[in-house]
Design a protein around this ligand. Structure first.
Ligand code: DLL
Length: 432
């Protein structure tokens, strides 16, 4: 499956043969270039020559986000730094970000995969596409951007944050496609409705992802904007957007499985699940040079279907995501772990370790309020003192999370103490 020749499909046997060949090469590559993998393999007495085909993948160890954190920033890179031409980063579970690196060839593969996804959504060289994912360390903006350029569409690099400018340019430029998070697109629909501009747009499709959404939200976007909406998936560690995307039939997201080998495991037993069974998605990057990953645990819950799709594509499909196996939240497209809040608050003497994160969705935009309990010795009725403490905590949290939360300081002993596992999150967002 290449982006401009979607009719030429590989049979399952051809795909398996390609994946096998690539896995054998990859294992040899990481064994000789990444100390972390060499040591992990040596610990279980595994040699590269023991991996003879894709069926042997189950012999290999898993990789987790913690492994990336422990080897921060570049410890898992397989090439000298001189061959890395770009880095991106996403939230780590505490303190340090998860850093990912790309060689020039990695960037080519990435834009190829995004181009396939956009092609599935019907985007071509005559389209004008607004990229409204964040540009910067987040992979969304630049990732979607280079795929759109590859197919020769006219790219408008909007990034996030100015809805009025976005809607005005959407109308003035006659944008035919948009790439952004689904909740943001619903917000854009509202702005267009309020401004009386909804009938002036030329939009025909949207490529939405980076956060969970439901069939109902998908339908709502299509009906309110009179467009077709497509689900695009990806994660920084594996590449960024473009690991998988759905087609016109919306019966699962086609995985670029010649580059990313998908497995579904039971996260309790770590054993493989059968096709169709729900479990944790695991990826092995078959062709990456900069940061190759073996059996990376995404923590995303889905199932896999390897039967051919009605669209004619033969690639494996993963179902719409059913949630996560950890406590990661996605707020305005940014990944946030409660442990990051905890680690940041420890730095502030005036507050206790008791906190509560309240997440809401107002006008389709996510909000985060962090309630923190002040330490009894700092408790005072003086408003000015509290205001400056509030500013300080807001600063510390925005630095740690990459989003600006609203901070509410509460009196000592106010937040609910739980009997069992501490509850630190109230998520009021209704993914209807
Ligand atoms: O969100 C990459 C991306 C950008 C994907 C733009 C699609 C569009 P991260 O910041 O590393 O990368 O977050 C990855 O976001 O493990 C999922 O939990 C979630 N996620 C991404 N796409 C979808 C989707 C980007 N279509 C994490 N549906 C992943 C549900 C998604 N969840």
């Amino acid at each position: 499956m290449i982006w401009n020749e979607t009719k030429e499909q590989m049979s399952r046997d051809e795909m398996t043969a390609l994946q096998s060949k690539r896995l054998v090469k990859l294992v040899d590559y990481v064994y000789h270039n990444v100390e972390f993998y060499r040591k992990k393999m040596q610990a279980i007495g595994l040699l590269p020559s023991d991996i003879k085909g894709i069926e042997d993948i189950v012999k290999l160890p898993f990789t987790t986000k913690d492994d990336l954190r422990d080897n921060y920033p570049f410890g898992l890179f397989a090439t000298p730094q001189s061959q890395i031409v770009r880095v991106h980063a996403s939230s780590g579970t505490t303190g340090k970000a998860t850093v990912v690196g790309y060689t020039r060839r990695d960037l080519d593969v990435w834009s190829e995969c995004v181009a396939r996804c956009l092609t599935m959504a019907g985007v071509g060289k005559d389209d004008i596409i607004q990229i409204a994912y964040g540009y910067g360390l987040f992979t969304g903006g630049l990732g979607a951007h280079s795929g759109a350029e590859k197919i020769g569409a006219m790219v408008v690099p909007m990034s996030t944050g100015n809805s009025k400018k976005l809607t005005t340019m959407m109308v003035d430029f006659g944008a035919t496609a948009i790439a952004c998070t689904p909740s943001y697109l619903l917000h854009i629909a509202e702005v267009l409705e309020q401004e009386g501009m909804i009938n002036d747009i030329k939009l025909k499709c949207a490529i939405c992802g980076a956060e969970p959404w439901t069939e109902k939200m998908h339908k709502d976007i299509e009906e309110r904007l009179h467009i077709k909406a497509y689900d695009i998936y990806g994660l920084s560690e594996v590449m960024g957007p473009g690991v998988a995307c759905d087609c016109d039939f919306h019966k699962g997201l086609h995985v670029c499985e010649d580059h990313f080998y998908p497995e579904i495991i039971d996260s309790a037993t770590m054993l493989p699940q059968k096709d169709g069974e729900l479990g944790e998605l695991v990826f092995t990057t078959l062709t990456k040079e900069g940061l190759p990953l073996i059996r990376y645990r995404t923590k995303d819950l889905t199932s896999i279907d390897r039967t051919p799709c009605e669209c004619g594509r033969t690639s494996a499909r993963i179902s719409r995501f059913k949630g996560r196996v950890d406590d990661m939240l996605i707020i305005r497209g940014v990944n946030v772990f409660p442990s990051q809040v905890e680690a940041a608050l420890v730095e502030v003497d005036e507050v206790s370790p008791h906190y509560m994160m309240v997440v809401d969705r107002v006008n389709n935009l996510d909000t985060l309020e962090v309630q923190v309990e002040i330490n009894p010795q700092y408790f005072t009725d003086e408003i000015r003192g509290l205001e400056s403490l509030n500013k300080k905590i807001t600063h510390v949290l925005s630095q740690a999370l990459g989003i600006n939360p609203k901070v509410k300081i509460v009196e000592p002993q106010t937040l609910v103490r739980s009997q069992g596992k501490a509850v630190h999150v109230i998520d009021n967002r209704k993914l209807y």
